[in-house]
Design a protein around this ligand. Structure first.
Ligand SMILES: Cc1cc2nc3c(=O)[nH]c(=O)nc-3n(C[C@H](O)[C@H](O)[C@H](O)COP(=O)(O)OP(=O)(O)OC[C@H]3O[C@@H](n4cnc5c(N)ncnc54)[C@H](O)[C@@H]3O)c2cc1C
Length: 506
């Protein structure tokens, strides 16, 4: 079998016209897995990726370089709504897996049970286990080792245990080369974090797949019921100027452009929306940060960025993850301006922080602007605001139990707590969603899967209800919030979908 290729804008001299068995749009957690699994079964696979191809040699460890190379719109996409929620995503070969923290979870059984009520066949834990096993082997999922955990994780574990909670090391997709340098979300400097560029993409290339980078899918070519290919535009990586057209004739099209861009592309193409559900049901996993200031130097930036989790409150939609990033992003996630923020910056080395993640019951929507770019609307309901407040209070108690002298949360108004007593006083304070600074790293649900075409976009095989041979294999297919970090589940679902396509469609 001939080795595949990565073709970049600089390699393109003329318009591209190719025929493939499968055209995959997007090379992230869903797209890369589809490419490898189908290419290894003998399919001619072409992948279109809007972002550039970047590898360790081009990672500088400087946040502004990483934001420019690897993030979509410098990582500042946000929802319209009160409050506005920042939703960063990746735009590069390997998609958001290149900039994620590496945290891996399997979907919760309670979530799968909820999906059973929606008559989804093939999604019990035992049905999915072989796919997760396959993924975990390839991306090298392992627990954070004590020697690279870092003091941030250790001190939060101490506080949690003092309160009778059960902190556990996170499982991550990393090789043994991980030194815990804390740079996960800016491109791994050691090639330790197993982004798609280090496993599924090389394996897909080995099996003959071709990746066109700097190439944005624009049109999904179709007749009334069937898909026949994709038309794309190739842009110059440096200048952003249009360079060439690309046309890929394909028997099967797999949309894996992520939960924001997959629905936007469908909407732009007036496709697959007879249910009216494309772009609806946007779930985010609302996140905020709670930081404790300690006498001792914690140096939280030394050690695995996201290293420890506390799932004691998962049944209430709360996941706590000890998370610490480099100074500029860590401080940007905290409240205060001018002198206040300057003073906080001086306490940076003495800071420990917990990332709060809430399984949202609120719901938003993705629409497409005239160019097919996603526009996000999302209103955080009071139920979720109450859960965010509760999670903030639990985190503050953990930090005080660990010995923090004060705790800062992202609430506007009075975000500094000086004692556990002040945490308890929060109980009676009504906090609205707009009182918090919120971010979200897991957009999902915008092309949801379901047994019935009237309220879902794809069926249990991830095939569009409306168009034969159009599959969606990314975060957009989840019927509800997952409650845990989603990358591994996206990969497992894509593996399952590839098995179906190889066995029943090609
Ligand atoms: C900072 C950060 C940290 C995170 N940490 C974790 C973590 O620790 N664990 C975890 O489970 N999850 C984490 N996530 C989320 C996780 O990485 C994503 O949920 C997952 O990668 C989504 O997979 P996907 O296939 O849906 O989309 P992506 O991985 O985002 O891939 C989509 C790709 O499609 C491309 N694309 C979009 N439109 C087009 C088009 N029109 N034409 C061609 N290409 C297109 C994009 O450029 C992108 O490369 C994190 C996210 C962020 C932002």
């Amino acid at each position: 079998m001939a080795q595949g290729k990565i073709i970049e804008s600089k390699d393109i001299r003329e318009a591209v016209r190719v025929t493939a068995d499968v055209c995959v749009i997007g090379s992230g957690a869903g797209g890369a897995v589809m490419a490898k699994e189908l290419a290894e079964r003998g399919a001619a696979v072409v992948v279109l990726e809007e972002g550039g191809a970047y590898f360790r040699e081009s990672f500088t460890g400087v946040i502004k370089d990483s934001m420019a190379q690897l993030y979509r719109n410098l990582g500042v996409d946000a929802t319209a709504g009160v409050p506005s929620v920042i939703v960063p995503t990746g735009k590069c070969l390997g998609g958001t897996t290149v900039i994620n923290m590496g945290t891996c979870f399997r979907v919760l059984e309670s979530v799968l049970e909820e999906w059973q009520d929606q008559e989804l066949q093939g999604y019990r834990a035992e049905d999915l286990a072989p796919y997760y096993d396959r993924v975990e082997k390839i991306i090298q999922v392992q627990e954070v080792k004590p020697e690279i955990m870092g003091r941030n994780g250790e001190i939060i574990a101490e506080g949690a245990r003092r309160l009778g909670l059960h902190p556990k090391p996170i499982r991550r997709n990393v090789s043994d080369a991980c030194k815990g340098c804390g740079n996960c979300s800016y491109g791994c400097l050691e090639d330790a974090k197993q982004a798609m560029t280090l496993n599924y993409i090389p394996l897909a290339l080995q099996a003959g797949a071709t990746f066109y980078c700097d190439t944005r899918a624009e049109v999904i070519v179709h007749d009334e019921h069937c898909i026949s290919g994709v038309a794309a535009k190739i842009y110059d990586r440096q200048t952003g100027a249009f360079r060439q057209h690309a046309e890929i004739a394909a028997d099967v099209v797999v949309l894996a452009a992520g939960a924001l861009n997959s629905p936007a592309l469908l909407l732009k193409n007036h496709l697959a929306n007879r249910s009216g559900q494309v772009g609806r049901n946007l779930k985010l996993h609302l996140c905020t940060r709670v930081a404790g200031i300690f006498e001792e130097a914690i140096d939280g930036h030394h050690g695995v960025s996201q290293c420890l989790y506390i799932d004691d409150y998962l049944d209430q939609g709360i996941m706590l993850e000890a998370t610490f990033t480099g100074p500029s992003s860590q401080l940007a996630g905290l409240p205060g301006f001018g002198k206040e923020l300057w003073d906080l910056a001086h306490e940076f080395r003495h800071m420990a922080s917990i990332g709060v993640m809430v399984s949202d019951t609120s719901s938003g929507r993705v629409r497409a602007d005239g160019h097919g770019n996603p526009i996000l609307t999302y209103t955080v309901n009071q139920e979720d605001a109450d859960v965010i407040k509760k999670a903030t209070m639990i985190s503050a108690r953990i930090l005080f139990a660990a010995g923090a002298k004060k705790v800062i949360f992202t609430g506007y108004g009075e975000p500094v707590l000086n004692s556990v007593g002040e945490v308890e006083l929060m109980q009676d304070r009504k906090l609205r969603a707009a009182d918090f600074m919120l971010m979200a790293f897991h957009p999902m649900g915008t092309c949801r899967m379901g047994a019935h075409r009237k309220n879902s976009v794809v069926d249990a095989n991830l095939e569009s209800h409306d168009f034969r041979n159009l599959f969606i294999a990314d975060a957009s297919v989840f019927p509800t919030s997952l409650g845990v970090n989603p990358q591994e589940t996206i990969m497992a679902f894509a593996t399952k979908c590839a098995d179906y396509i190889a066995g029943h469609v090609l």
